[in-house]
Design a protein. Structure first.
Length: 635
């Protein structure tokens, strides 16, 4: 080998080594220029955000990480009004090389103080620039979104973190709340901290934070526990603000396990538990409710167009479990499917699990035995007429019984005192029975009145068992099309239960109790159909402070019920759904107006179809009946 060739063998490696050393030594300079350029580009892109920085970058470490430190880092809103972010003595360690791959993964972070300020009111929002500018009409891929979020979480949540004071302050519509974590630490994927939430100048709650990330096993968990006594509870003011709900608890724990995670399909298990819960919302209940324990364990599948919760999932309320199936199909108008199908559920366990504050009658019952129930709600919002609804309760092993508790219901077979409520306020109390001179027995109910009411309210009342599935489906379709509660789909049994048991409750929980009571009455024959109709026609409202057919006949026509004509009976039947608006159905002479006449003709055609009147009666019908109300009472 010549001398020239030998020299090349030494010179080339030497040059490469010099370049590597130079690059290693100059890396911090170039990296600092790169970071400064990125910060300035970010500030310009976000509308002139002002950033104060004092950045220092150390040498590139042999493990492929780089250390970045800031004596002071500030993000100031463009008009200089608010400092969105302030951090001092901030140090970060980033993994930028792993094997032959370039990445940006945050490994360590430490800081003396970090303060984030978020301000929003009607005229101003200091974090508006953070909102995504993605196209609104761009379809979301649910699996890809979850994949992206978890990838960012793994990259930007460090394995080691030490922040002496971490403070987030929010000012939403002048309500100031601060969230102070001191210290905030992470070791080997386990995060701990003490959280103090100050609401205004007086209210404060103290919490213990704990979280864990195991990237190798793809396990994620977190827990929030009130840091007071064993029985203490606290609320999260942000939830209270956003949901307008009074909500407090002792502990909240969440766990997420990834079974499969790709851009196309993801499968994961998410579970959570909350205990010592206190909750109030006027739609849910009219008083504060307590739940000892609520938990869930969901098996979730995500695809580009679906969110699906399998029926292997569990919802638990005070040791009572349900196994729902849920599917959300994305589209311009989505498709929702909800199914619950439970067999042989112990009625005692179910009633014991329900908060007493939600119900009026159920807490007084000592029912026993097993029941089966199923719920189906299948609604394609692109085709509302295809909506399917089913609700059914049964005791397939015939073990259900109320025993002596049936007296809570059967007492209505005798005369009883009824209190009529309007908007939750007691208006009047009267006896439903022969002792009341305005009482009308079942035998005294005129056929015209009974047939008109049955046709209008519940044609199959004497044959069904409390529920009419097709009526509920039709009502739901009408409500969804009008985007308001325009129809109820209630049977006479349901209306009766609502009036005699639950007329003080104007909350969502009433519907569940109503359905349970209807099933008990109808399937155990606790009150006969005749007695139910007799009670109904004696308590139903026909005008403000006018209850029962006797008072209604006198108020509108100055007659006894047996003297009412077919047209007058039909008119009264059309008033039941909106009795307080009766004046709108009459003209200035007290005669039924054209709009209400059209409704009466429609009702008459239905009566003919159900063979409750003859064709001759329909042809001779004159709906423009005259009342004794002159002029109509203005509302």
């Amino acid at each position: 080998m010549t001398f020239h060739k030998k020299s090349l063998l030494w010179i080339i490696p030497s040059i490469i080594l010099v370049l590597i050393i130079a690059g290693y030594l100059l890396f911090p300079v170039f990296a600092q220029l790169y970071i400064n350029n990125k910060i300035e580009s970010f500030a310009e892109e976000k509308g002139g955000l002002m950033i104060t920085k004092d950045c220092d970058i150390s040498f590139l470490h042999c493990d492929g990480s780089v250390d970045i430190s800031f004596d002071l880092l500030q993000l100031v809103e463009k008009n200089g009004k608010d400092t969105l972010l302030s951090a001092n003595q901030l140090e970060m360690s980033l993994d930028i090389i792993q094997g032959f791959h370039i990445q940006k993964k945050l490994e360590k972070i430490s800081a003396q103080n970090i303060h984030i300020l978020l301000v929003k009111n009607d005229q101003y929002c200091n974090y508006e620039f953070l909102k995504s500018k993605s196209k609104k009409n761009e379809a979301a891929n649910y699996s890809k979104l979850i994949y992206s979020y978890l990838e960012k979480l793994e990259n930007y949540l460090p394995q080691q973190m030490d922040i002496a004071n971490f403070l987030v302050t929010t000012e939403f519509d002048s309500a100031r709340i601060s969230y102070h974590i001191s210290p905030m630490q992470t070791r080997e994927g386990i995060m701990t901290g003490d959280l103090v939430i100050n609401e205004g100048d007086t209210l404060s709650t103290r919490w213990k934070l704990r979280g864990m990330i195991d990237q190798e096993k793809q396990l994620y968990s977190g827990a929030l526990t009130i840091n007071e006594s064993n029985r203490a509870t606290g609320n999260l003011p942000l939830i209270k603000k956003l949901e307008k709900i009074d909500f407090s608890f002792h502990q909240l724990a969440l766990n997420l396990t990834i079974d499969k995670l790709t851009d196309d399909h993801s499968f994961f298990h998410i579970s959570g538990k909350m205990d010592s819960i206190y909750c109030f919302h006027h739609y849910i209940s009219d008083q504060m409710i307590r739940v000892d324990e609520a938990a869930f364990a969901l098996d979730v599948a995500l695809s580009p167009e679906n969110i699906e919760i399998d029926s292997t999932s569990t919802l638990r309320l005070n040791h009572f479990d349900l196994h729902p199936y849920f599917r959300y199909i994305k589209g311009t108008k989505p498709h929702l499917i909800l199914k619950i199908n439970e067999k042989h559920k112990d009625i005692r366990e179910m009633f014991a699990a329900l908060p007493d504050e939600l119900f009026q009658v159920i807490p007084t019952l000592q029912a026993q035995g097993n029941i089966d129930f199923k719920v189906l709600f299948d609604c394609d919002f692109a085709n509302l007429d295809s909506l399917k609804f089913d609700f059914n309760i049964a005791s397939s092993d015939h073990s259900f019984s109320l025993g002596n508790d049936s007296e809570v219901i059967t007492r209505f077979n005798e005369s009883f005192e009824y209190t009529y409520y309007s908007n939750g306020v007691a208006e009047r109390t009267f006896i439903v029975g022969p002792e009341n001179p305005n009482f009308c027995s079942f035998e005294e109910i005129p056929p015209y009145v009974m047939n008109a009411i049955l046709t209008s309210e519940d044609p199959s009342f004497f044959y069904h068992r409390g529920f009419v599935k097709c009526s509920i489906e039709s009502a739901l379709i009408a409500d969804l099309k009008s985007r308001r509660m325009s129809r109820g789909g209630s049977t006479i049994t349901m209306q009766l239960v609502k009036n005699i048991f639950l007329n003080r409750k104007k909350v969502l929980s009433r519907k569940f109790e109503e359905m349970m009571l209807v099933w008990m009455i109808e399937n155990n024959h606790l009150i006969s159909k005749e007695r139910m109709f007799e009670i109904y026609i004696n308590i139903v409202e026909w005008a403000p402070n006018i209850n029962g057919i006797v008072e209604a006949s006198r108020f509108y026509f100055d007659k006894k019920p047996k003297e009412l004509t077919l047209e007058e009976s039909m008119y009264l039947a059309t008033l039941i759904r909106a009795p307080k608006h009766y004046a709108k159905t009459l003209d200035e002479t007290g005669t039924v107006n054209a709009n209400r006449c059209a409704e009466m003709i429609f009702l008459a055609k239905r009566m003919l179809k159900q063979e409750r009147i003859t064709e001759e009666q329909l042809n001779s019908l004159n709906p423009a009946v005259h009342t004794v109300i002159i002029p109509p009472v203005k509302e």
